[in-house]
Ligand binder design. Structure first.
Ligand SMILES: [Fe+2]
Length: 234
């Protein structure tokens, strides 16, 4: 990671400690700081360099998405919870409990984006293990899952997220959810997500969402998704 990327990625870390990125179980961003500079929720560092996903996503695209939009949700979230009990909650719990409105929107967008970055890996990884078997069982194979999730992502009206999620029995389903909505809110463990807000792709793809979604699949970190699937049924 280059120095300016590190500086951008760490700009909101403050005095906190970041819990293991890329660890499906460690998605609790509530961090204890010291003194008045304490920030309740900390944006995790991008798990790769800003330009590592090019040409699928250019450095400029990732820099704006991670450094402006994602960072902005954390700033808004921290302002909303300052001095309130919600500041000490795990982010996942806050998302599940928050009523519709600014607190839910910013909390969910903060979490959704951290999850989105973890779903991606510069070279991708191979699908295997229990998740491969479940995809075969519930969709008839990876090609059909890919078609179903791509279709959900491309056809979602306006801004939102396409999700692959699992219930506690490990049954998989694809969801197309608007705005900040997340499968966490529906009692389903997120396995994979595609951000289809225009800010996710407009610099590189302009209005061609389908091309962005097509490019997504070569960079999926299926090892991460398998870890999330194991968590769903644990
Ligand atoms: Fe986004």
């Amino acid at each position: 990671m280059r120095r300016r990327d590190f500086l951008l990625g760490s700009a909101v870390v403050g005095t906190g400690m970041v819990l293991g990125p890329k660890t499906p179980g460690a998605r609790e961003y509530s961090v204890s700081g010291k003194g008045e500079t304490k920030m309740a929720f900390v944006q995790p560092p991008l798990p790769y360099a800003m330009d590592a996903l090019a040409p699928f996503l250019s450095e400029e695209q990732v820099r704006f998405h991670y450094g402006k939009h994602h960072t902005g949700y954390f700033k808004n979230l921290n302002a909303l919870v300052e001095g309130k009990p919600e500041a000490d909650m795990a982010l996942r719990d806050l998302i599940v409990q928050a009523p519709a409105g600014p607190l839910f929107n910013n909390a969910a967008q903060a979490w959704n984006h951290s999850f989105y970055w973890d779903c991606l890996k510069p070279q991708g990884s191979a699908l295997g293990g229990a998740l491969a078997a479940a995809i075969e069982r519930d969709f008839g194979g990876l090609a059909k899952l890919r078609a179903a999730m791509s279709d959900a992502a491309v056809k979602l009206f306006g801004s939102g997220w396409a999700w692959l999620a699992a219930d506690k029995q490990g049954k998989l389903q694809v969801l197309a959810l608007s705005n900040a909505d997340t499968s966490l809110k529906h009692g389903l463990e997120p396995i994979l997500t595609i951000d289809v807000w225009e800010h996710a792709y407009y610099i590189d793809y302009r209005n061609e969402r389908a091309k962005y979604v097509e490019g997504y699949w070569a960079h999926v970190d299926w090892d991460f998704a398998n870890g999330c699937f194991a968590r769903a049924t644990a």
